[in-house]
Design a protein around this ligand. Structure first.
Ligand code: GLN
Length: 499
């Protein structure tokens, strides 16, 4: 790079543009990484996207990357600064899940996705903020701090991968990883005006992802455009024998799906998420997106998903049930926080092991996590198991069947990603139900294990609107193609306001 102006400019590039810059030797990875840290220094006190920054390690990795580029050995991500949500294990680097209970946890191993990013040459610059244990839709449930939406600092960035979405939107990295259990990649992508992809369940290894609800969790990328999404998906996909739910099928080259052509593509628009409870500005943007697809030659049909109305209720039984079991491992013995001593209830009259367990969990978990553990313990308890958990599993099957039926007629489904644009910080914290409802359009996709992407498709004032495109299992190619075509024929991905 020739001067500081170039450095400031380069942080706003997409991942693939930054990669080309490195390949053409117009900038080095050390310069790119330094520019990203300068950007972080400039705006991070306003955005607060990160929990941990690893500048020294990043610069070491950048120097290595520069050597590889010089030797002509570069991979698809060599030298590009990338951020990781703080619920993915990073060897030697703090991994807190934004929880007090893991405030000091330093994993002895990398999550598979982290190893894969490193193998592709990425420079890991830090760990991003999130709702504690990925439970939430605004990143306000973080035990660390609140993250602000770079498009409007008074608003939430969405959640739970709000730190990753904000970091990408604020040019504090070129791409980031998030995790999505009920919408946590797509909804923050929608709120921050970036692209968020949740792959098919089983496409990306969950090994080293701190478990929230194991049958729903999936890792995916948050990026500045659809091309970057395909590049990141290429890097992180693939079978992993260390994750028993990872599926052993071939990983296609997702870049080949970046085709600007939807002629004849059959698109189903989901009726149930275009009615009551969805903001007018969102509906308007989605309707305009439909017109664009039609103009490009796609055939758009209205599709009904009768079970959609049960999705949020079903999710809030299944996810807490799994969470209550997954989170039983945090007891002050194996990881993180240990609170000793003190009488916490009449039953705990001495400083014994049980009182240490109780005190640790009482002090270590935040209110939303406790609420989920209580709900999950209740729904799994003898006597209520059949009425709640088993019933929810049956409803989940019906939802999957709704999708199967829809996909017998269409290639992809579309809907808004979220019922509204980003809301104000503090607006929903005291009303968990209204927070839960903000995932109404994303949750069914996790329950059915399908892939879906959120792309910018409009604005309400300064705030972006997201369009969700859902595909058949393992057909990420179809959603990438539809998303790419939309992006190539619109300007929304460039309209995100700058912090
Ligand atoms: N907002 C949803 C929840 O609170 C989904 C979170 C997620 O996808 N991790 O559970």
């Amino acid at each position: 790079m020739n001067n500081r102006k170039d450095a400031m400019h380069c942080v706003s590039l997409t991942l693939h543009e930054a990669h080309a810059l490195l390949q053409n030797k117009q900038a080095s990875s050390v310069e790119l990484t330094t520019a990203v840290f300068e950007q972080i220094e400039k705006i991070e006190d306003k955005v607060r996207a990160y929990i941990t920054l690893t500048k020294e390690e990043a610069l070491d990795q950048a120097r290595e990357a520069d050597k590889k580029i010089k030797a002509g050995n570069a991979g698809s991500l060599t030298g590009v600064p990338i951020a990781i949500k703080d619920n993915m294990c990073t060897k030697g680097t703090l991994t807190t899940c934004a929880s007090k209970i893991l405030y000091n946890y330093i994993p002895p191993y990398n999550a598979t996705v982290v190893d894969k990013l490193k193998a592709a040459g990425a420079v890991i610059i830090g760990k991003t903020n999130m709702d504690e244990f990925a439970m939430g839709s605004s990143t306000e449930n973080s035990a660390m701090h609140v993250t602000h939406n770079p498009c409007d600092l008074k608003c939430v960035p969405g959640g739970s991968s709000g730190g990753s979405a904000a970091a990408v939107a604020a040019d504090e990295c070129f791409a980031a990883l998030g995790s999505d259990t009920g919408g946590s990649i797509r909804q923050p992508a929608s709120f921050c005006g970036v692209v968020g992809l949740k792959p098919t369940y089983g496409r990306v290894s969950r090994y080293g992802l701190v478990a929230f609800a194991s049958s729903l969790d999936q890792i995916g990328p948050l990026t500045k455009d659809v091309t970057d999404s395909a590049i990141m998906l290429n890097a992180i996909s693939g079978y992993d024998s260390q994750d028993s739910t990872s599926v052993n099928i071939e990983t296609p080259d997702f870049k080949k799906a970046l085709i600007n052509d939807v002629k004849g593509l059959k698109i189903g628009i989901i009726k149930e998420v275009l009615g009551k409870g969805i903001d007018e500005s969102v509906k308007k943007s989605i309707k305009e997106a439909v017109k664009i697809f039609e103009k490009l030659g796609a055939k758009v049909f209205e599709v009904s998903m009768p079970t959609y109305e049960y999705a949020v209720a079903t999710y809030y039984i299944i996810a807490p049930s799994e969470a209550s079991s997954n989170l039983s491992r945090y007891d002050g013995v194996k990881y993180g926080l240990r609170t000793e001593g003190g009488v916490t209830s009449p039953r705990l009259h001495k400083k014994d092991l049980m009182s240490m367990y109780f005190k640790t969990r009482q002090e270590g978990f935040g209110p939303e996590v406790k609420r989920r553990i209580m709900i999950g313990t209740y729904t799994l308890s003898a006597g209520y198991y059949d009425a709640f958990y088993l019933k929810a599993l049956k409803a989940r099957t019906l939802m999957k069947q709704d999708f199967d039926k829809a996909f017998s007629k269409v290639d992809v489904l579309i809907s808004p990603t979220a019922p509204s644009v980003a809301f104000k910080i503090g607006e929903k914290v005291s009303d968990p139900l209204s927070m839960y409802i903000s995932d109404i359009a994303t949750i069914p996709v996790n329950l059915a294990g399908l892939p879906a992407i959120s792309i910018p498709c409009g604005m309400d004032g300064n705030l972006p609107v997201g369009l969700q495109i859902i595909g058949k299992a393992f057909d990420e190619a179809a959603i990438l193609r539809a998303a790419y075509s939309f992006e190539q024929n619109t300007e929304w991905h460039r309209k995100r306001p700058k912090t």
